[in-house]
Design a protein around this ligand. Structure first.
Ligand code: GDP
Ligand code: MG
Length: 423
């Protein structure tokens, strides 16, 4: 069984917690895109963990974890993340973590360029996580960057790197007027933080092909959501990689295999980190209450997340773009305090009411059409079946299922591993 677990919205839907929950039935978990701009919070019997680069299967002893070719890896961050998890008693060895030799290395100068550019943009900034993700993907497509496999031949890398550094300094020093970067410092950085992973780097495609032939089951874990996809999201306020399920086999390194199942993680309300159009956004007191109830502060950055009611046009679109067979509706418990629940049922685009999710300028000017559904004002975090939900909560779930044309299979009512039920 090859299953992708992907985000329907803007990210932070609870993908990490669903991967943590569902991975008990799977042998392998693969991260297929993005880098340490991800923040997946997982709370289980072993504690509370924030994962940025490592697949969420790392928290289970029997699960093999793969970082696929579609990823960008800041090895210094990985070094720290692995150390932090080891301190918490998590086992991480070449047996349970395999890093693709094709994955791209996110270098210190990518982070530097991300910062220099966001600072230059000032008020017009993209709201980048400043972790170098856009610059490193840009260099990947410029074909001027190092891959994890290059760590296995440092002599060749030391010969090759100066030409990249020279090219980067055209922008860093020549353009931004920053102090130039130095190739020998980059080599030292690679040796210090990259080489410790030499034994983890392999041809993960070869490994996965034989694993699939042996009947192993795989979860493809996405970072961010459909609306941040580079092609189908709210460009240019997207991430720089393909976050959608259709990319999973490619980014994971097994392009010849087809997914059996796509589970879309959809939040019971909306959140969005950073800049960009966010039609359903709520403000003031209403927003502050929801933000506090949902603990909506970024796992990777600590930034307060923008919040809004459930967004029907955006979520319908997300379900479509992900090709989601089943939905996990998360954080339903967060809405329990509301006497009436705001739902953005359509967009008003220059006077035209539509449920279609627009692009570009039309999205920028779209205004939300809000309706209110009855609240339940009861603690539902103990509910372990649909039938235990109060009637208004049942109606809310059914409403969302119908409005988005999806099939809701799981509902989560708390952050802990077991705080959910299956429909
Ligand atoms: P991801 O990036 O999609 O993995 O999501 P994040 O981990 O960034 O954000 C989800 C947050 O919601 C985390 O802090 C989770 O612990 C928390 N969470 C997940 N599911 C639930 C739920 O059903 N109820 C509540 N109250 N919190 C949840
Ligand atoms: Mg997150």
């Amino acid at each position: 069984m090859l299953t992708a677990i992907t985000g329907i919205n803007w990210g932070d839907e609870g993908k990490g917690r669903m991967v943590d929950l569902l991975s008990s039935d799977y042998d392998i978990v693969i991260r297929y895109q993005g880098g340490n701009n991800a923040g997946h919070t997982v709370i289980n019997d072993r504690g509370k963990f924030i994962l940025n680069l490592l697949p969420s299967g790392i928290l289970r002893d029997d699960t093999i974890n793969v970082m696929g070719p579609g990823m960008v890896i800041d090895v210094e961050h990985l070094y720290g993340e692995v150390a932090r998890l080891r301190e918490a008693g998590i086992k991480i060895t070449p047996d349970n973590l395999k890093i693709s030799d094709r994955a791209t290395i996110c270098m210190p100068y990518h982070k530097l360029l991300d910062n220099l550019e966001e600072d230059r943009l000032g008020d017009a900034k993209f709201g980048s996580t400043r972790r170098g993700i856009a610059p490193v993907y840009a260099d990947k497509y410029m074909k001027k960057t190092l891959r994890m496999g290059d760590l296995l031949d440092m002599e060749q890398t030391a010969r090759y790197l100066p030409s990249i550094v020279e090219w980067k300094n055209l922008t860093i020093a020549g353009g931004y007027g920053h102090e130039p970067i130095k190739a020998d410092e980059m080599i030292l950085w690679l040796e210090k933080f990259g080489l410790p992973f030499a034994d983890y780097i392999c041809d993960t495609t070869e490994y996965l092909e034989s694993a699939i032939n042996a009947g192993k089951s795989i979860i493809f874990e996405a970072q961010l959501g459909a609306l941040r996809d580079i092609d189908f999201g709210i460009y240019p306020y997207t991430s720089s990689s393909s976050t959608i399920a259709a990319y999973a086999p490619i980014g994971a390194g097994i392009p010849s295999h087809k997914l059996d199942r796509v589970i879309g993680i959809m939040k019971a309300y909306s959140t969005c980190v950073g800049e960009g159009p966010f039609t359903a956004e709520l403000f003031g007191d209403e927003a502050e209450k929801l933000r506090r109830a949902g603990g909506e502060y970024g796992a990777a950055t600590g930034r307060p997340r923008r919040v809004g009611g459930f967004d029907v046009p955006a979520s319908r679109y997300g379900v479509l773009i992900q090709g989601a067979d089943e939905i996990a509706l998360t954080k339903l418990d967060v809405l329990s305090y509301m006497d009436k629940i705001p739902v953005c049922v359509a967009y008003d685009i220059n006077g035209t009411i539509t449920q279609r999710f627009p692009v570009g300028h039309a999205l920028a000017v779209a205004k939300p059409v809000y309706e209110y559904l009855p609240g339940w004002q009861t603690d539902i975090s103990g509910c372990r079946s649909f039938s235990q939900l109060p009637p208004a909560a049942k109606d809310y779930v059914k409403y969302i299922e119908k409005a988005t044309g999806s099939r809701i299979r799981y509902v989560s009512v708390g952050a802990g591993r077991e705080e959910y039920f299956e429909m």
